[in-house]
Design a protein around this ligand. Structure first.
Ligand SMILES: [Zn+2]
Length: 165
């Protein structure tokens, strides 16, 4: 089941890579998209629907949505990230320097809040490491931007929620 999820994420990544490639090589990218387009659409749809199909892997993604829910309208421009660690502790961070009191109040046992400037995903991974934890995956409440995606891949941390295109 995990493998299945990773395959889907991989296909998801591929769409992003083709798009980046298309910025410099539009004709070649078009040919690739023509060839792969149908499969890619199916892959993307599967990722979107993956939540209910893959409960254990969707935990961080659903938790991050739950936490971001307390942000009200600001959830459209403030990102919350949940960073899972090998140690079983989840680090909750935000794209703001500190967690809002409403978010802080949402934290339950096994979750720790993190502070720091910059994107929520990077803040979460860095904070986890500073706490002596080993980050394994990150889910964010808004689509993961290309620079965070690159950072997470570089860090060997799995991206557990959709990427921004
Ligand atoms: Zn980012």
């Amino acid at each position: 089941m995990q493998q299945q999820f990773e395959d889907k994420l991989h296909r998801f990544d591929l769409g992003y890579q083709i798009e980046k490639f298309g910025e410099t090589h539009p004709e070649a990218a078009e040919a690739i998209t023509d060839t792969l387009g149908v499969g890619l659409q199916i892959g993307l749809a599967a990722v979107t629907e993956g939540g209910s199909e893959l409960p254990e892997l969707a935990v961080a993604a659903s938790r991050v949505g739950e936490i971001a829910g307390v942000l009200g309208k600001t959830k459209d421009f403030v990102t919350i990230a949940v960073t899972e660690t090998e140690e079983g502790v989840n680090v909750v961070s935000s794209s703001e320097t500190a967690l809002r009191p409403a978010v802080q109040a949402m934290l339950k046992e096994g979750e720790v809040g993190a502070t720091g400037a910059g994107h929520a995903e990077v803040t979460g991974v860095n904070a986890a490491r500073e706490m002596g934890l080993t980050p394994t995956g990150v889910a964010a409440s808004r689509p993961v931007c290309p620079s965070c995606a690159a950072f997470l891949r570089q860090a060997g941390v799995r991206i557990l929620s959709p990427l921004k295109y």
